[in-house]
Design a protein. Sequence first.
Length: 378
Amino acid sequence: MGTLKVQGLRKKYGKTTAVDGVDLAVENGEFFVVLGPSGAGKTTTLKCIAGLLEFDDGWIEIAGRNMSGVEPYHRNVAMAFESYALYPQKTVFENLASPLRSGRTGRYGAEERRRRIQTVTDTLGISHLWERFPRELSNGQRQRVALGRVLVRPADVYLLDEPLSHLDAKLRAAMRAELKQLGELADITTLYVTHDYQEALALGDRVAVLRDGRIVQVDTPEQVWHQPVDTFVARALGQPEMNLLDGRVDGGRIRVAGGTVSIPVPPALGVQQRQAVRVGLRPRDISTGADPGAEPPGRLRMRGTVRLAERLGRSVEMSVDVAGTPVIVVVSSDNARPEGDEVDLDIALEHVHVFAGGEPDVDTPRLGAAGIELGKQA
Ligand SMILES: Nc1ncnc2c1ncn2[C@@H]1O[C@H](COP(=O)(O)OP(=O)(O)OP(=O)(O)O)[C@@H](O)[C@H]1O
């Protein structure tokens, strides 16, 4: 167990800046997730912390100790990579026991080793595989054994690089729950990197969103979801992505979709007359099936035509044309409409995010919501 602090971390590979001034402060026992797209600098950050890569600037402190000049072996961190390496000639049990026999952790007797391996393999659902060899395992099982090798070892900080990436969706979901439980039970300090927003929201006590080597936001999962600092974070969370509709403030309302949709502006938003804004609507926050008619207080109604309807398991993704502006909506199959139908869309104003306006493809900061703000810290 231990804290982890990273300050001003910078790392270049030739001309490519991979990490561009990253600050992190992970509490003792915290499960901290770094979420970012491919190439954002996640693996590079972990390797610098583990001492596997030299960096250009910044400092790293683990369990209160500055890591400058400290060899990887002496940092007391355990790191799992996406690619897993196991000893082919050893059984699963022997693979898991070997980190507990190495010099630094050699204080474990046979009994204690067995107990640790049992706890970890129970959590990972691989206890029945103790006597198998790696060649006798599926890819997913191999990945769980590799993760087990990391978790059996006591360490101040666990660094996990997309450890669930080779598992199928069902197993991933089950493993997420198990990992979370393991973290809570053992009070383990974990830095977990992923490009999967669902994993980040499900696992993280806090989530840091990384973009181009910089951290854009650090918050609880609720806060990054309800109050993304900008359109980048908003789009990084949620599948399909949040709809972003360009609009303008006019007469105390935000007008989007060619002026056909008008949204009230709460004073706290602080926008000016004629100001360009972007309205963000998550596809799953929008419903169909509202009674046509007057807009009830606290809600926004939009009328449109279904252009495309595609089944996604039990839900349906529809592209609805609202006065020439496409709006993506995901609803349960009961509430779906066929292509060509007119449909009334309905969304609570507290789910209507308002961002500053800007050029296409340039991310802009969030100003607030059109209704009562959700997820505000007390
Ligand atoms: N050894 C290397 N030499 C040169 N450039 C590198 C090297 N490793 C990484 N990079 C570059 O540094 C940037 C960050 O890479 P990094 O692997 O840290 O990203 P990541 O967020 O872990 O991505 P992914 O999710 O795809 O693994 C990328 O632009 C990548 O191309």
